[in-house]
Design a protein around this ligand. Structure first.
Ligand code: GAL
Length: 992
């Protein structure tokens, strides 16, 4: 009996779920039915269209694809994508869904290829259809299925005579299954993964279970291949299993023991295993590896490993979840190139090809079931399918379909039962079913905080203090002593942490240090891999990355869909480069005693594949280079320092750095063919010579003939306003403490009552204005301007004194000493402390900038591992990070000098002398350059709305507040907070 879309029964009329080899790995015939299908969209599931209707004259729609994206980026002929994170965009009354339920009728006509083998069976396979669907052949309804990110097979044997056949598929947008597919992503419908017709020969290999273990004490691999479901044809023999490279053979069900090289994410060694029955040959890429937990420590092949990963949704800015193999490879290579060694397939099994790539290139995978019921949270989890016996069968069906589909992948080291689906009886049912099928891998589920049914303790966004307690095994106990003892003996994983929304994540390095310190900590997965910004054309045809609300959705979660390490077009964000530096397998960190600590963080490799190259450099000059003769065994570390006989130069205009990089030697294996020449496995540095102090100025300001004052290249009016600098008009010069809020600034994180942004607004930082309190020329000839800068409604403010003094013999230069003191009560953080200088510059985007300081990317107090001291160049245009949701970006820290070159050939040089915040000396200033105001940056909803306005802003800050992870997780940690404090900054400005 066909089932309707509100049924909670498992699929009907389908072939029992089975393993399937990767495309091309079987000798059995297969043909793709992908391409243009005929399509019509109807408002309700009862479309009224006969299954035998061929659909001639209907629209054409690409399969695989989502119907909402058929006209992207310009038109949306079949309804728009909708984004919600937690809430269901329909009334919560499971299993019912609204009558208004867009339903697609798909049609395609096919015939069996002439060379299709006789005999055997023929199955039709759908790799993924969102959300509920029915399959009919030649007018006859055959199957009803669901489980959007899981395969469905329908047996067509005996139905495929010569000539054309009409395949009709009806797909609804909503179904009972929408309640268990409430993942934080766009709601996108349709046949979004491939469709194939596959021959199953009699006596073929219908199901393969592979168990390939590795005994690290003996170096012996154990291989057992079961082909339990081989359909017995008359006279069929048991399948034969061979590993040609190892010269071993067996029959299915027999155990082979042979010395092997093990598989790990570091060395993803695979062997071809050939399984053959006489009617079918399947060649599988098998990795030998064993996952175990001993004394609360997670081991691969007997060694503790740390997972340094990200959560990956399938996403393409034009195609949604219909990702191509090229995109999958791009993701895997981007992960490898940024030192990720793990991926959680949030929150559903990915396209199976992605797992093939993880096996081949080496990534540890947490394969996650297609399950999330987060929308029940608001109802106190009442009615949650995960605790409802009516749903047990369908939930067990889902999770076992995943295990059967994916069980042969060496890369999968944990099965995850789902995400944010609450607790209840079905958690146990699913866990039992998974263990029944595959006892070799531990089970994960974050929603089970007491860890009753899982093998690893998992949490998301736990703050560092709590993670430290868990690392030491001294976290607060569970009420049930047994459960507590069980959980305390488990490894701990952060299945999500370091929310990478917008400018961030901040604090990643703090977590990573804990992972290294405590063996119980298995590591974690940054949330998340990529911003899901869908490409959309605005009214002028300009393409931009759309997020929630950009399609006029009535209910949506706005920018929360843009929280990845990659921008939607897969441009790495500064957050990904920070992640790469923090995750580096060869970590090189400066120690306070002027040495570098080099740590080999591989679990299985020594560092003989890396060359430790150093350079001594000042500004753009390389002064000396060399190599260190050092090879570290896995897990070892060493303290190194510059060679004792290295001649160090006298202090000059830029600091001198000794920078050490671990550079991969040219790869010699396929698994590493993705490496770029000079690939850096880790870098660190020491500042070995500080920049020379700026000589004291001794010039005198002069009266300007038209009134006011002249101090070198700086001109002031009689009130003390800086009106021109280096020949260009100055619009504003004053103390500033505000920034265009980041997504993290907007949220109250980690138990804070109010967000940083609320605090800053409360203190009026966004409306700061200056009152001059006095202007006079001091005895030493400097122009002294006293001012007070404050926001409305508050007594708190900043008293500022600016001392401008020309530089003797350098008429183009002026020194500026800025002394800022907070007045009144400043209970909370401030965004920045420094000055903003706004100059006339009609071609601000084209201006070039060269700076000595940290770079090349932006860095903040709690995301600074990637930033290295040196000399860097940019244009103002490239200086901007175009976050999907515009916000503060682009700060370069530790700047000791910067040269701006304007399009008209003129320029401005800024040198930084002493800078202190409170009693703390800073290394130079933080520089930000913007061709638009912070206000415009704050107001813009998308980067393409930002237009240069003819002015160039320079922020010269003594410090800026960190970025934290408050959008989801802890706020800025105390070590990166900025509070109102006295500031001293000495700058020299030179017209060029
Ligand atoms: C988590 C959830 C993720 C994502 C994230 C916020 O709670 O598991 O799917 O929604 O929050 O970006």
């Amino acid at each position: 009996m066909p089932l309707d879309h509100e049924s909670v029964a498992p699929p009907d009329g389908v072939v029992a779920p089975r393993f399937r080899p990767p495309a091309g790995a079987s000798s059995a015939a297969a043909v793709s039915l992908d391409g243009e299908w005929r399509f019509r969209l109807f408002p309700h599931p009862d479309t009224g269209v006969d299954r035998a209707e061929p659909g001639d004259g209907w629209d054409r729609l690409a399969v695989p694809g989502h119907w909402q994206l058929a006209g992207a980026p310009h038109s949306w002929p079949y309804g728009v994508p909708e984004y919600t994170n937690v809430l269901y965009p329909f009334p919560v009354e499971p299993p019912h869904v609204p009558d208004d339920n867009p339903t697609g009728e798909y049609r395609t006509t096919f015939s069996l290829p002439a060379e299709w083998p006789d005999g055997g069976r023929t199955v039709l396979r759908f790799e993924g259809v969102d959300s509920w669907f029915q399959v009919a052949l030649d007018g006859e309804l055959l199957a009803t299925s669901h489980g959007s990110r899981l395969p469905t097979e329908v047996d067509l044997t005996g139905r495929l005579g010569p000539g054309d056949h009409l395949l009709a598929v009806r797909v609804t947008k909503w179904s009972a299954m929408s309640y268990v597919e409430d993942q934080d992503q766009w709601w996108l419908s349709g046949i979004f993964r491939g469709v194939t017709l596959e021959h199953r020969p009699d006596g073929g290999i219908d199901d393969v279970r592979v168990r390939a273990d590795y005994d690290h004490t003996t170096g012996v691999g154990t291989l057992r291949v079961d082909t339990a479901a081989v359909v017995a044809a008359p006279g069929a023999v048991a399948a034969r299993v061979a590993v040609p490279e190892l010269g071993v053979e067996a029959v299915a069900g027999e155990e082979l023991r042979v010395p092997v090289e093990p598989w790990s994410a570091e060395r993803p060694r695979l062997y071809d295993v050939v399984v053959e029955t006489g009617t079918e040959t399947v060649t599988l890429a098998v990795g030998f590896r064993t996952v175990s937990i001993t004394d609360g420590v997670f081991l691969v092949n007997g060694r503790p490993v740390k997972l340094r990963g990200a959560n990956r949704h399938e996403f393409d800015p034009l195609r949604g979840r219909a990702v191509t193999p090229e995109r999958m490879l791009e993701d895997v290579l981007l992960m490898k190139r940024h030192h990720l060694n793990a991926v959680r397939t949030s929150h559903y099994p990915p396209h199976p090809h992605f797992l093939d790539l993880c096996d081949r290139y080496g990534l540890y995978v947490v394969d996650e079931n297609d399950l999330e019921t987060h929308g029940f949270l608001d109802e106190g989890w009442s009615g949650n399918p995960v605790d409802d016996p009516e749903w047990t069968d369908v939930l067990v069906d889902r999770v076992t379909r995943m295990v059967r589909r994916d069980g042969h992948h060496a890369s999968i080291i944990l099965w995850s039962l789902g995400n944010e689906a609450g607790g209840g009886r079905n958690v146990r049912a699913m866990a039992d079913a998974v263990r029944g099928l595959d006892p070799s891998r531990p089970v994960h589920y974050e929603g089970d905080w007491s860890s009753d049914h899982v093998d690893v303790y998992s949490r998301m966004y736990a703050p560092t203090e709590e993670v430290a307690l868990i690392g030491q095994g001294v976290e607060p106990p569970l009420e049930r002593a047994n459960a507590d003892a069980r959980r305390r003996a488990m490894p701990f994983v952060l299945c999500e942490y370091a929310h990478a929304m917008g400018n961030g994540p901040g604090g990643l390095a703090d977590y990573d240090a804990l992972f290294d310190r405590y063996p119980r900590l298995l590591g974690g997965f940054v949330w998340e891999w990529i911003d899901h910004g869908l490409t959309r054309a605005d009214a002028d045809g300009t393409l931009f990355a759309a997020y929630g609300g950009d399609f006029g959705e009535r209910i949506h979660d706005g920018t929360f869909i843009a929280d990845g390490l990659l921008l939607p077009d897969r441009t790495p964000s500064p957050g990904l480069r920070e992640t790469a530096a923090v995750f580096a397998p060869v970590r090189i960190d400066a120690r306070p005693d002027g040495t570098l600590l080099v740590r080999n963080r591989y679990a299985f490799r020594d560092t003989s594949h890396a060359e430790l190259r150093w350079t001594l450099h000042r500004g753009e000059d390389e002064l000396a280079t060399g190599k260190l003769d050092l090879v570290l065994d896995a897990g070892d570390e060493a303290v190194v320092r510059p060679p004792a006989d290295l001649p160090l130069p006298e202090p000059g205009e830029a600091p001198v750095w000794w920078t050490l990089r671990a550079v991969q030697q040219s790869p010699d294996t396929f698994e590493e063919s993705w490496l770029e020449p000079g690939f850096v496995l880790g870098a660190g540095q020491l500042r070995v010579v500080d920049r020379a102090p700026l000589p004291a100025p001794a010039g005198r300001v002069t009266a300007h003939p038209e009134g006011g004052y002249q101090a070198g290249p700086a001109r002031f009016d009689a009130r003390g306003d800086l009106v021109a600098l280096a020949g260009r008009a100055v619009h504003t010069f004053r103390v500033d403490a505000w920034r265009a809020p980041t997504d993290n600034d907007r949220a109250a994180g980690g138990g804070q009552e109010r967000s940083d942004l609320e605090n800053w607004r409360h203190a009026g930082l966004h409306l700061l204005a200056e009152r001059k309190a006095g202007v006079h020329v001091g005895e030493d000839g400097a122009l002294e301007i006293d001012a007070r800068v404050a926001g409305p409604t508050t007594r708190a403010g900043f008293a500022a004194r600016y001392r401008w003094q020309p530089v003797t013999d350098t008429p183009d230069a002026v020194d500026l000493l800025i002394d800022v003191r907070p007045e009144g009560r400043w209970p909370q953080s401030v965004a920045r402390l420094g000055v903003v200088l706004v100059l006339d510059e009609p071609r601000a985007m084209d201006a070039g900038v060269r700076w000595t300081g940290l770079g090349p990317d932006e860095s903040y107090a709690d995301s600074r591992t990637a930033a290295l001291g040196g000399a860097w160049r940019h244009t103002v245009a490239d200086w901007q990070t175009r976050y999907t949701h515009p916000q503060e970006n682009g700060a370069r820290r530790g700047v000791t000098s910067a040269v701006l070159s304007f399009a008209d050939g003129s320029g401005l040089r800024v040198d930084a002398g002493e800078v202190t915040v409170g009693a703390r000396p800073q290394d130079g200033v933080e520089l930000s350059l913007r061709p638009w105001s912070d206000d415009a940056l704050d107001r813009a909803a998308h980067p393409h709305e930002l237009m240069p306005d003819g002015l160039l802003r320079l922020h010269l800050d003594a410090a800026q507040h960190g970025v934290g992870s408050a959008a989801c997780g802890p706020g800025v940690l105390p070590n990166a907070q900025l509070h109102a404090a006295p500031v001293l900054m000495r700058l020299r400005l030179t017209a060029l």
